[in-house]
Design a binder for this molecule. Structure first.
Ligand SMILES: Nc1ncnc2c1ncn2[C@@H]1O[C@H](COP(=O)(O)OP(=O)(O)O)[C@@H](O)[C@H]1O
Ligand SMILES: [Mg+2]
Length: 384
């Protein structure tokens, strides 16, 4: 009497972003919620230095052993002069059925780890390589949103090479008195400043260059309401009810009130907004998900101005996923429990993988010996 083999899920968490600890908490909550009668679960933590810990050591960290000690012990004999050392424990993933990246920010949300899963040729939860990279880069995101008619704030990009072409006077003329300066590829409000003077403008650009050579200068939405929508699905995604983050009395939702002192921050889950605005935000969310070719999940963050006009601020393809995080909470109030949500994400990953497996990767029937000798017509015949 053989019981059906359990689906083997591997959680990847940690990473080298400022959200390392949030990722740990998200992964731990997901681990606890995964039904162990249905799933075999392994866990792998990327240390802040980029070393992939094996399942046993990652579990020790889950069980409360101090991370620094576990990492020091696990890496003491590792020869880091070998570039493969960082992923030497990858051999442990050979029986994994579905990868679950729970890594926020760079490495997790920017396509890096997705490239690894693609190489391993297994399903993974969330967006693909290019979609992740496009959604992580605030400039590329905005370009795609604009192309697909999704409203977002006016901005321009500065690089060290073009910074002289963007003096404060010109920027102010283009974008108004108050601007936001931010690195194009960061998160957690790291390196972001709201600027109102020439000095602040120049300093903010230099600060942002510490994180990225591509820096966004954006028009500021005055007294924005920050509203979020969760999206779930593959090519036919669904939206959730909306939530709001009210940052009382503060300048903006910065690193401090995200991670240091959240006492002034009030979450409204769900938030009651006028029906027309609610619909508009939900429709923009699904449109953005499609425009960016997202898969599985994404949290769409909006800034709503004083006239109730919504602007899509940014897209998070691996949003915080603790059981009190916005993304799962918005589904909870929309009728999908935390553990059902995880089941759905696993199924979506498998569906996406199976869909892709139907695509054509074998070109031998076209006559691969002819490739490289010139263009082939649609029947695989030589054209010249
Ligand atoms: N154009 C803008 N107008 C008003 N507030 C903004 C603007 N851009 C960013 N902010 C504020 O800064 C916060 C962080 O910016 P965001 O683009 O979401 O970066 P991150 O990826 O670091 O979260 C937002 O939640 C909001 O409070
Ligand atoms: Mg944000």
């Amino acid at each position: 009497m053989d019981s059906k083999k359990k689906l083997h899920i591997a959680l990847f968490f940690g990473g080298n972003s400022s959200e390392h600890d949030v990722s740990k908490r998200s992964a731990h909550n997901i681990y606890d919620a995964l039904d162990k009668d249905k799933y075999e679960v392994s866990v792998f933590m990327f240390t802040k230095q980029g070393f992939l810990l094996g399942n046993k050591d990652s579990l020790r960290i889950f069980n409360g052993e101090p991370e620094d000690e576990v990492v020091a012990e696990a890496t003491k004999d590792v020869d880091f002069s070998n570039p493969l050392a960082n992923i030497q424990n990858l051999s442990e993933v050979k029986d994994v059925d579905v990868f679950y990246p729970v890594i926020h920010g760079n490495m997790g949300e920017d396509g890096t780890v997705q490239g690894l899963f693609r190489l391993l040729n297994k399903p993974w939860i969330g967006s693909g390589i290019a979609s992740s990279a496009n959604s992580f880069d605030k400039d590329l995101t905005k370009q795609l949103l604009t192309l697909h008619g999704v409203r977002n704030t006016k901005y321009f990009v500065v690089t060290p090479e073009t910074v002289d072409e963007h003096p404060y006077s010109k920027a102010k003329e283009e974008l108004g008195d108050v601007m936001f300066v931010k690195p194009a590829r960061q998160g957690s409000s790291v390196g972001i400043n709201k600027v109102k003077t020439e000095q602040e403008y120049n300093d903010a650009i230099q600060e942002a260059f510490r994180y990225d050579y591509k820096v966004m200068v954006e028009e500021a939405i005055k007294n924005p309401r920050e509203v979020e929508c969760s999206v779930l699905g593959n090519r036919d995604p669904k939206y959730s009810k909306l939530g709001a983050v009210d940052v009382n009395g503060d300048e903006f939702y910065d690193y401090n009130n995200k991670f240091v002192d959240a006492s002034g921050v009030v979450f409204k889950i769900p938030v009651d907004l006028p029906e027309k605005l609610t619909k508009e935000i939900q429709e923009m969310s699904v449109k953005a998900f499609k425009a960016l070719d997202n898969r599985g999940l994404a949290r769409m963050d909006f800034l709503v101005d004083e006239n109730d006009v919504p602007y899509l601020g940014e897209v998070n393809t691996l949003p915080g996923f603790t059981n009190i995080s916005l993304y799962p909470q918005l589904w909870e109030v929309s009728g999908i429990s935390y553990s059902d949500l995880i089941d759905k994400l696993i199924q979506l990953a498998i569906d996406e993988f199976n869909d892709n497996a139907k695509l054509h990767y074998d070109f031998t029937e076209l006559g691969s010996e002819k490739l490289g000798k010139g263009l082939l017509d649609k029947n695989g015949k030589h054209r010249d």
